[in-house]
Design a protein around this ligand. Structure first.
Ligand SMILES: C[S@@+](CC[C@H](N)C(=O)[O-])C[C@H]1O[C@@H](n2cnc3c(N)ncnc32)[C@H](O)[C@@H]1O
Length: 137
């Protein structure tokens, strides 16, 4: 992404009464959620203001979520406080992200096309390596 351009969602991320994209979880999550078990660990990269992360945390999963946007992560943390959800939310760049643990599901919606090919290829390769494949239902 061009560092000099401020994307439109940054304004929404700073406001609590507007939603940048949706207040509902992505339909892919509701489609594949049945594959998770109650102790599942989920990572969302490029989580934005956190509608997916909050939804999954409210369901009881252990959720880590990061985004490049400080405003996005701050809003996600505010949403967690308001909804009593537990999300480990932090600012990070997916192109340099270092995995520290394995996950049962790794999510990334509407984000990979904002980074260059080397960046998303590296992230996907690492995400595959750090996805549990023998722990699903
Ligand atoms: C179109 S928004 C989608 C947000 C969210 N995934 C959703 O579906 O609502 C793209 C998001 O990707 C984030 N992003 C862009 N480049 C990133 C990077 N290199 N690492 C992490 N997040 C990034 C932006 O800050 C923004 O929150």
């Amino acid at each position: 992404m061009d560092k000099d351009l401020v994307p439109f969602w940054e304004k929404s991320y700073q406001e609590d009464d507007t939603i940048a994209f949706s207040d509902q979880p992505n339909t892919t999550i509701t489609e594949f959620e049945h594959l998770l078990h109650m102790q599942s660990k989920v990572l969302e990269a490029g989580c934005g203001e956190g509608q997916n992360a909050v939804y999954l945390a409210q369901k009881g999963y252990q959720v880590d979520a990061f985004d490049l946007s400080e405003h996005g992560i701050a809003k996600l943390k505010r949403r967690c406080e308001q909804s009593n959800a537990q999300v480990n939310a932090f600012v990070a760049d997916l192109t340099t992200y270092q995995f520290k643990q394995y996950y049962d599901m790794i999510l990334c919606f509407g984000t990979l096309h904002f980074v260059d090919k080397d960046g998303w290829k590296r992230f996907i390769s690492n995400a595959k390596e750090y996805t549990n494949i023998d722990n699903m239902k």
